[in-house]
Design a protein around this ligand. Structure first.
Ligand SMILES: C[S@@+](CC[C@H](N)C(=O)[O-])C[C@H]1O[C@@H](n2cnc3c(N)ncnc32)[C@H](O)[C@@H]1O
Length: 444
């Protein structure tokens, strides 16, 4: 069986170095680079593919720290002094405990002396006098992100957040209740050899154990579940879409992750309208809807700018529920996209906030009196979250905050630490990705 084979490290290493080079030096997205190289490398067994993927993501996560250890440059400043790919990889193998130092040097063909800084890494990091720089290096975060996390939570808690952002995210799925209850899905998964645990907060979630390839499971192919972070499920829950609603709008629907959960809440009744400027993503949402047995979903590609007002005119004042899952910097999802931290720029949160404000105000116009809107992001920090929610409350006429306990339920809202109409989810506190949500209602 493939799982009992010894890894052919030469093949794995070649893939890791090629993919890491594409990501680090050529700005490729990690997922894409990995997919592209692995598709070509048909010789690799599943276990070797997995090992290559883990090393690539491990290396990307540790990049800031490795650059510091090997060149002395602080994370984010290191681009000027990047160590050779094979040296960085050997240092990672040694630092992560995946291989002893001497073996790592030999395996990657780097002179042993070049790895000497790895032995003194702990001391070098501890010697950083500035606590923020130390945090940035330890968590392997660009300094500006470390600063933002610390400004939001205080340094001690930011350290816990930084750690959680560098852990592997759980594989969480949402049971598609249109096909049956969560317990039935759990039993089906067990029949397919996958154990799972109900998520603590979402009533629909299961966390799958081990390294299951969820897409290959029959239960997935037959639409019994979707892969969806628990936080993302909670955003759909917070909207409170119901079967008696005639029009629910998912205003930034993308590939429909939350649309499918909303259709489930509507029990396939009424009309669910998915909007997005990206027609390809909407096509993907429709494919997913077919698999999930969703048939109340319609879609409309809209312009990305203010001309969308005209394109949405016919819907003004008509929707009972509007979800604005706005485009954002994604600072809350670094554990799933570890390469994003090196691509993001300090000015990005403010840039997204401008877009978020205009999208949210535009979409609030679709609400009928008494209708409710959730503004959500997968980001952290006031700029894209509280400040946009504050703006929305003043800029959209007749919009008032509604406590999240009304849709999440009092017990769940309290357990999650909702603050009135707002909730910020964090990996280190909630085990979810970092999501923000705020609930509003248009006055009757
Ligand atoms: C956070 S993603 C949505 C994820 C999706 N709701 C889900 O759960 O899978 C944000 C989406 O906003 C879309 N978007 C970008 N600019 C937009 C605009 N000006 N108006 C509306 N949507 C926009 C993007 O194409 C992207 O699909």
């Amino acid at each position: 069986m493939a799982t009992s084979r010894a890894l052919r490290t030469d093949l794995v290493d070649a893939v890791v170095l090629e993919v890491y080079g594409l990501v680090r030096d050529q700005g490729w997205l990690a997922d894409r680079a990995l997919e592209r190289v692995l598709r070509r490398e048909k010789r690799l067994y599943a276990v070797e593919r997995r090992a290559a993927a883990e090393s690539v993501y491990g290396l990307i996560r540790a990049q800031g720290q490795l650059d510091f250890v090997l060149t002395g440059a602080l994370p984010g400043e290191a681009a000027r002094a990047r160590p050779a790919l094979s040296l960085a990889y050997a240092a990672w193998l040694a630092r992560s405990g995946a291989a002893p130092l001497d073996a790592a040097a030999k395996r990657l063909g780097v002179p042993r002396r070049e790895l000497a800084p790895v032995e003194a890494a702990g001391k070098a990091i501890a010697a950083l006098a500035d606590p923020l720089s130390r945090f940035a290096v330890e968590a392997s975060l660009p300094r500006w992100i470390a600063e933002r996390f610390a400004a939001e939570l205080g340094l001690d808690e930011a350290v816990r957040l930084g750690k959680a952002m560098n852990e592997r995210a759980p594989l969480t799925v949402r049971a598609n209740l249109l096909r049956g209850p969560r317990e039935d899905l759990q039993a089906r998964l067990a029949e397919e050899g996958v154990e799972s645990t109900p998520t603590p907060h979402s009533p629909w979630g299961l966390t799958l154990d081990g390294h299951a390839n969820a897409f290959a499971l029959r239960a997935f192919q037959e639409g019994h579940f979707e892969i969806q972070d628990e936080g993302s499920q909670l955003i759909a829950l917070a909207l409170g879409a119901r079967p008696n609603h005639k029009l629910v709008v998912d205003a930034c629907a993308g590939a429909g992750g939350k649309s499918l959960a909303l259709a489930m809440e509507m029990r396939n009744k009424g009309s669910l309208l998915a909007l997005d400027p990206d027609a390809e993503r909407l096509e993907e949402a429709k494919r997913r809807a077919r698999r999930a047995g969703v048939h109340n979903l319609r879609d409309r590609a809209i312009p990305p700018d203010e001309t969308a007002d005209e394109a949405l005119k016919d819907l003004a004042g008509k929707a009972e529920r509007v979800l604005v899952d706005a485009p954002c910097s994604g600072l809350g999802t670094l554990r799933r996209k570890p390469d994003a931290r090196w691509r993001l720029r300090p000015e990005d949160p403010a840039r997204f906030a401008g877009l978020q404000r205009s999208i949210a105000v535009r979409c609030a116009k679709l609400l009928k009196p008494g209708g409710r809107l959730v503004y959500a992001t997968c980001s952290l920090g006031r700029t894209e979250n509280d400040e946009v929610a504050d703006f929305l409350a003043t800029a959209a006429p007749g919009l008032v905050p509604v406590p999240l306990s009304e849709t999440l339920g009092a017990e769940r809202a309290a357990a999650l630490g909702a603050d009135g109409n707002r909730l910020q989810l964090y990996p280190h506190r909630h085990g979810t990705d970092g999501f923000f949500m705020a609930l509003f209602q248009r006055e009757k």
